[in-house]
Design a protein around this ligand. Structure first.
Ligand code: ADP
Ligand code: MG
Length: 250
């Protein structure tokens, strides 16, 4: 079964194309790494799939239905740097936002919802921080709150934008564990990922992207030197035979 199908998607900012003719189909239960240099359009891709940005042309289907019909089964963990962490709200409220489609806008969460939110915070080691303002959490703790929100939502397909950026080793482990749990539950997960050295460890599918898709498919078929060179335009180096992109080379 195809969980997500993106067909000829083109997205522009001020008439400048950020994505051109992007098409790929993601099988249910897969764990996909979205890989490509800075500015390749990775975040744009996720936001346009989630209809947070207007698309110029193309279509997106989730389990054979248009996005609008499937909102409830889609979870999103945005890039931490794009979130306003000064917004005055506490960790538990952020988690409960993941439930608003279940609770309903403008309605108060009931006791059961609140308990579930707390359970999700506990699952990511944040039980003691439910009432803490999000501005007063460390980067890793903020990311865990977003993981708890995604858990609370109990989606069938998850999008995560650079979840490992700026987090501590323990949080990185928690994220990997969560991705693996979701996969074993048959959920479909797409993750924008920066670190080429861990791609083969973490993901069974890869989308190599640079404005247009270089290739999508199983990691061993897509994550090849020649494809990486096409995506990164020769800005690739090697460390213990693993490809890396040197700092600043993007
Ligand atoms: P990535 O996530 O792969 O680093 P982005 O999707 O953030 O790439 O950006 C793709 C391209 O679109 C970049 O050239 C970026 O500068 C441009 N871009 C992103 N967001 C905007 C915006 N809001 N307005 C104009 N240009 C944008
Ligand atoms: Mg990005």
């Amino acid at each position: 079964m195809i969980a997500l199908s993106v067909n000829n998607l083109t997205v522009t900012y001020d008439k400048q194309p950020a994505l051109e003719n992007v098409s790929f189909a993601v099988p249910e239960g897969s764990l996909t790494g979205i890989i490509g240099p800075n500015g390749a359009g990775k975040s744009t891709l996720i936001k346009s799939i989630l209809q947070l940005l207007p698309t110029l042309s193309g279509s997106v289907e989730v389990f054979d239905e248009p996005y609008k019909k499937q909102k409830k089964i889609i979870g999103y963990v945005p890039q931490r740097s794009e979130v306003d962490w000064d917004f005055p709200t506490n960790a538990l409220d952020v988690v409960l936002m993941g439930r608003y489609r279940h609770i309903g806008w403008f309605k108060r969460a009931n006791k059961k919802e609140i308990e579930w939110g707390k359970t999700c915070l506990a699952k990511v080691g944040m039980a003691d921080y439910a009432n803490r303002q999000i501005s007063q959490l460390s980067g890793g703790q903020q990311q865990r709150v977003f993981l708890a929100r995604a858990l609370a939502q109990d989606a069938r397909i998850y999008f995560m934008d650079e979840p490992f950026a700026g987090v501590d080793a323990a949080t990185e482990k928690a994220i990997i564990q969560l991705m693996k749990d979701w996969k074993s539950e048959g959920k479909t997960v797409l993750v924008v990922h920066h670190d080429l050295q861990t791609v083969e460890d973490y993901f069974d599918h890869v989308l190599l992207l640079n404005k247009t898709p270089i290739q999508y498919g199983e990691t061993q078929k897509v994550f090849t030197l020649s494809n990486l060179e096409r995506a990164y335009g020769g800005k690739i180096a090697f460390l213990d035979k693993s490809p890396v992109v040197p700092q600043g080379a993007e």
